[in-house]
Ligand binder design. Structure first.
Ligand SMILES: C[S@@+](CC[C@H](N)C(=O)[O-])C[C@H]1O[C@@H](n2cnc3c(N)ncnc32)[C@H](O)[C@@H]1O
Length: 277
């Protein structure tokens, strides 16, 4: 790929999805682009970029999606999920005892493992049987990832990563060499295609937001803007859970880290202390 074509591609992906491409990863980028080239019938990256320069929307979308990293696993970073189960959820349930309503967002859900991990924790508590209304919303930029999430079908390798055998047995059925998530968990989650650069208006009143392992791909300005928009949508006593290599330092003053809850943030010191206690 010529430096000029790379620069065009990098700018396009940054504008469309906030993703930062570096020339160090050119080999990986070219290999990912090859699947789009096959799909759209291009023989060279030159031809592909030429068509992108003409502003072909379906192609631009496909290229952006294929350049995202969709790596995920069930209960990824166990300590963060343990903290959510032991500290955040009990406090939220106590605080929402009157309304009996919980609204949780998995903001870059990849193939759905994160959302289904949260669904499993909620299912353990049998809240719906006690009259609770649970909104578990999961979104991703990639239409392909949303389709996979909705399908809820995982390979043996995918369920082996992070999922305890008892959860595999309780929540999945084997289909050939794959594992399908049970319908009751499927129905707990509503999946939507959504770009984190867009407006969050429909995502108001959230009690918890999982925005994990996606900020790492954004530039500083985009990270800060996403964090600020999440803060606006989060209830005053809500919690934000980031990925292991993500933090709010230097990006947002809207969040306070919660002690003894890895990767977890509250909106005020008081709430952070309550969650830590
Ligand atoms: C590495 S995965 C993280 C999955 C999961 N949150 C986890 O921690 O395991 C990153 C996901 O972010 C999505 N993504 C990238 N840019 C995005 C954007 N601008 N808006 C929404 N999702 C985006 C990708 O499609 C990908 O599925």
């Amino acid at each position: 790929m010529t430096p000029d074509d790379f620069s065009f591609l990098a700018q396009m992906v940054r504008r469309r999805a906030g993703l930062v491409l570096t020339e160090k990863k050119l080999h990986l980028i070219e290999s990912r682009l090859s699947t789009v080239m096959r799909r759209f019938g291009f023989r060279s990256t030159d031809a592909l970029v030429k068509e992108l320069r003409h502003g072909r929307e379906t192609l631009a979308r496909a290229v952006t999606e294929v350049l995202t990293t969709n790596e995920s696993s069930f209960f990824r970073d166990r300590a963060a999920f343990e903290a959510f189960r032991e500290r955040v959820l009990p406090r939220l349930i106590e605080a929402r005892a009157e309304t009996k309503r919980l609204r949780i967002w998995s903001a870059a859900c990849a193939a759905g493992q994160e959302a289904y991990s949260i669904a499993m924790l909620l299912d353990d508590l049998k809240l719906q049987a006690q009259g609770w209304s649970i909104d578990l919303i999961a979104t991703d930029l990639s239409a392909e990832m949303i389709a996979r999430s909705e399908e809820g079908l995982y390979s043996h390798f995918e369920v082996q990563r992070g999922l305890a055998i008892r959860r595999l047995v309780a929540h999945f059925s084997q289909e050939g060499g794959s594992w399908r998530i049970h319908e009751n968990l499927r129905r707990m989650v509503s999946f939507h295609q959504f770009n984190l650069l867009d407006s969050y208006g429909w995502l108001d009143d959230l009690d918890a937001v999982f925005c994990r392992n996606v900020l790492i791909y954004f530039d500083q300005k985009t990270k800060a803007s996403v964090l600020d928009k999440i803060a606006e949508m989060l209830t005053p006593d809500g919690a934000l859970v980031l990925g292991n290599s993500e933090a709010v330092t230097g990006l947002s003053t809207a969040f306070v880290p919660v002690d003894r809850a890895p990767n977890t943030y509250a909106k005020t010191k008081t709430i952070a202390q309550r969650l830590a206690s």
